[in-house]
Design a protein around this ligand. Structure first.
Ligand code: ASP
Length: 331
């Protein structure tokens, strides 16, 4: 009996010790923000399809973290699911440029090593986020563009496809409408045409934070336009001691206001929480400037942040402390 009690006591101690020592981990993702994301706009089937896709991506990333895998692997796993899903403006299903083709941008940043990688204006890489990862992990550079990025991706053994692999009827019709409107009123940035960028930020069991973003940019973008998504500090930023951010929205504003970096810098310099910092930048700085969009992020303590100044943002998260949660519309 006494032996049994001892064993029980030791067991409890070990259990407690593990519980105390366990760092939180988790992943938060987005599938784009926009003022077109309002209740009533999507059919029940469409809502279900978005929810299923966001769930699948979050679970893919969380499964990596749960097994003790890296935040980098979790972010890549989640983003690849979204790149493959034609519902989102990334990978297959990305929007069309003014020239009528698909051009992707993507980036990835590791918050501990500060390593970062990005590709811009690529047209044949099946999973642009993997190319960003390859730039980060296997090149001395941070950003590669166009043809060069594609040659590098080929040398890295990444899958290349014809540009029409990314074609979807829905995006092509948006392109045609944008083309028509543009000649009338130059409104190619209108709400219909700018949501669906994807991103993920993960915190792993070792405390590393990694952020990544992938997009086709904006419908009818002109002359090799590059948005914020592949720009470290604008669309993506990570610091394992402060937090990680992936952004979505009107890229020109996110670049000018260095949105992802500004949020993390406020945590550093002003000792704000990641939530406070994000709310200030999205609801004050960007609103005053006229920039639409939002961010998702995670802090080293596992605080999940999802802030947007649009009517909606496709989003989801799962952490060691909180079960899976999926959202589309504002509160
Ligand atoms: N930020 C992206 C860009 O400007 C678009 C988006 O997030 O919807 O390229």
């Amino acid at each position: 009996m006494r032996k049994l009690l001892w064993l029980l006591a030791i067991g409890l101690l070990v259990f407690n010790f593990q519980g105390m020592g366990q760092t939180p981990y988790g992943i938060v993702i987005h599938g784009g923000a926009g003022n077109g994301i309002v209740e009533g706009r999507f059919s029940a089937e469409e809502e279900e399809a978005y929810e299923a896709a966001l769930t699948e991506a979050t679970e893919a990333g969380y499964a990596v973290l749960e097994k003790g895998g890296s935040a980098e692997a979790a972010v890549i796993a989640a983003i690849k699911v979204l790149e493959d899903n034609p519902l989102f403006n990334a990978g297959k299903g990305a929007v069309f440029t003014a020239e009528g083709k698909v051009e992707h941008d993507a980036s990835l940043m590791h918050g501990t090593s500060k390593a970062a990688g990005a590709v811009a204006s690529v047209t044949t890489i099946r999973h642009p986020i993997e190319a960003a990862q390859a730039v980060m992990d296997h090149s001395p550079h941070v950003m590669l563009t166009g043809k060069g990025a594609e040659l590098f991706a080929r040398d890295q053994g990444l899958q290349l496809v014809e540009n029409n692999f990314f074609f979807t009827e829905k995006r092509y019709n948006q392109f045609l409408r944008a083309k028509e409107k543009r000649s009338e009123e130059r409104s190619y940035l209108s709400e219909d045409f700018k949501f669906g960028t994807v991103g993920a930020v993960a915190l792993d069991q070792e405390g590393h934070i990694v952020a990544g973003t992938s997009t086709g940019g904006m419908t009818y973008k002109l002359y090799g336009r590059v948005g914020d998504s592949p720009i470290i500090g604008a669309g993506t930023y990570a610091d394992s001691k402060l937090g990680g951010i992936s952004a979505t929205g009107h890229g020109e504003f996110f670049i000018r206001y260095a949105v992802a970096y500004d949020i993390v810098a406020r945590v550093n310099y002003l000792q704000e929480s990641l939530t406070q910092a994000a709310e200030h930048v999205i609801h004050t700085t960007l609103v005053e400037a006229g920039g639409d969009g939002g961010i998702v992020g995670i802090s080293p303590a596992g605080e999940v942040v999802m802030v947007f100044n649009t009517t909606g943002m496709f989003r989801a998260y799962q952490t060691s402390e909180q079960p899976l949660s999926v959202g589309m519309y504002g509160e």
